[in-house]
Design a protein around this ligand. Sequence first.
Ligand SMILES: Nc1ncnc2c1ncn2[C@@H]1O[C@H](COP(=O)(O)OP(=O)(O)O)[C@@H](O)[C@H]1O
Ligand SMILES: [Mg+2]
Length: 244
Amino acid sequence: MAISASLADSSGTSTPADPSSPIALSAVSKSFVNGPERVRALDEVTLSVGPGEFLALMGPSGCGKSTLLSIIGGLVDADEGSVQVLGRDMGALSRAERTRVRLMDVGMVFQHDNLLEDLTCLENVSLPLHLRPQEAHASPDGDALAALERVGIADLADRFPRQMSGGQRQRAGIARAVAGGRRVLLADEPTGALDSRNTVEVFALLRDLAGSGVAVVVVSHDNEIRSWADRVVDMLDGRVSAGQ
Ligand SMILES: Nc1ncnc2c1ncn2[C@@H]1O[C@H](COP(=O)(O)OP(=O)(O)O)[C@@H](O)[C@H]1O
Ligand SMILES: [Mg+2]
């Protein structure tokens, strides 16, 4: 497992991000204008995540965690700094190219699973794979089933989301995010709606996925994550304030 950490320290200096890492951010800043106020959501964040690394991102509400994940996933543009994901310079890509990066390589999971209620579990997982270009994807259903096996719910393939528990639904959401060989998984409070038993099971699953080579970044308020992650990065006021 290659773990490369380069973190801005509290004095504001930083070492360069490792450009060969699946995720390499260098001096990334982002501000939002909220009425008369200008909020600096990210303030020169430098951070690398290696292949197979499970990184936990913690910090109080409003400190910039979701903004950071959205920038890595190409949903939001950085104002300044460099964002490299699997060797691609996200800031230089068109919107369509960034969508393709997500379709092929970067999966995202949120607190709510966002499963489509009219599709079966398997159909939910295979749907994004069907959107891939033909030449890039030969067997969406086979890959979707393999992803359900990876998260331990292949036996639920034909169920509809309403027939599944909260924990099972979130597993399906995670399967959808990693199906088809995606190498980066970004999870924003994935256990926020789960009880403590399911929370531990989801952290264990994310740990396993990282063990298979996926770079996993998880935002969580739950201290339990500290015992599962390879590294915990604490954020405060848009800055990466500590890491280990
Ligand atoms: N789309 C947006 N428009 C305006 N302000 C935003 C937007 N997204 C985030 N912010 C602001 O940026 C700051 C960081 O937000 P966020 O990244 O969601 O924090 P966290 O996920 O740590 O709670 C907050 O002050 C928030 O209000
Ligand atoms: Mg958030």
